[in-house]
Each structure stands twice: as structure tokens, then as C-alpha cells.
Design a protein around this ligand. Structure first.
Ligand SMILES: [Zn+2]
Length: 95
């Protein structure tokens, strides 16, 4: 996973995505899946404090955790899904 340290880097990467509203992915329907967060911890998408800020094509989601870190995850697999963390950043850099 790539961790962006500056707003410029994070914005440039996000501009390459096809960002869509979160409800288009229905992430909670995938059940219990862990992901490596850019804050250094592992979270589960079922946890209350993990929120989906946006979805992106294809099968990607921008997740925010309780430590206010943002991570772009990609859903992979057919029968057995797993989450691949592509990149992330501390949401503070976007202020
Ligand atoms: Zn986190």
C-alpha cells in the first residue's frame, strides 16, 4: 500500500479514479472482511466506526476509520472476497 504524505499526491491519485457515491457499491453486503488500513491497523468493514466515503470503479471503496485515516480498497475474488489496500492517507493532510 502507498501512503500519501501530501494533499497534492493524494488529490492527484484520487483524480485518476472514477469516484461515485458510496451507496453504488453496497459494501456492507460483502459481510465480514478485514482490510489493512493506512493508519497501520487492521479493520473490518463491518465495524461501526468504519465508514465508506465513496465508491470507485471497479469494485473499489474509499474507507475512513476511527483514527481518521482514509484507505482505498479494492474488492477481489469471486466466491471468496478479499480486500486489497491500494493506498491511503491521514485525512488531516486534506484540511
Ligand atoms: Zn485505520
Amino acid at each position: 500500500m502507498i501512503i500519501f504524505k501530501t494533499k497534492k499526491e493524494a488529490k492527484e491519485r484520487l483524480q485518476k479514479e472514477t469516484i461515485r457515491p458510496p451507496h453504488l457499491l453496497r459494501l456492507k453486503g460483502y459481510g465480514s472482511l478485514d482490510y489493512n488500513c493506512s493508519c497501520g491497523e487492521i479493520h473490518n468493514i463491518k465495524e461501526k466506526h468504519v465508514s465508506c466515503k465513496s465508491s470507485a470503479k471497479p469494485f473499489k471503496a474509499l474507507l475512513r476509520c476511527e483514527n481518521n485515516f482514509i484507505t482505498m480498497i479494492k474488492i477481489e475474488g469471486f466466491f471468496k472476497k478479499k480486500l486489497i489496500s491500494e493506498y491511503g492517507f491521514d485525512s488531516k493532510i486534506m484540511d
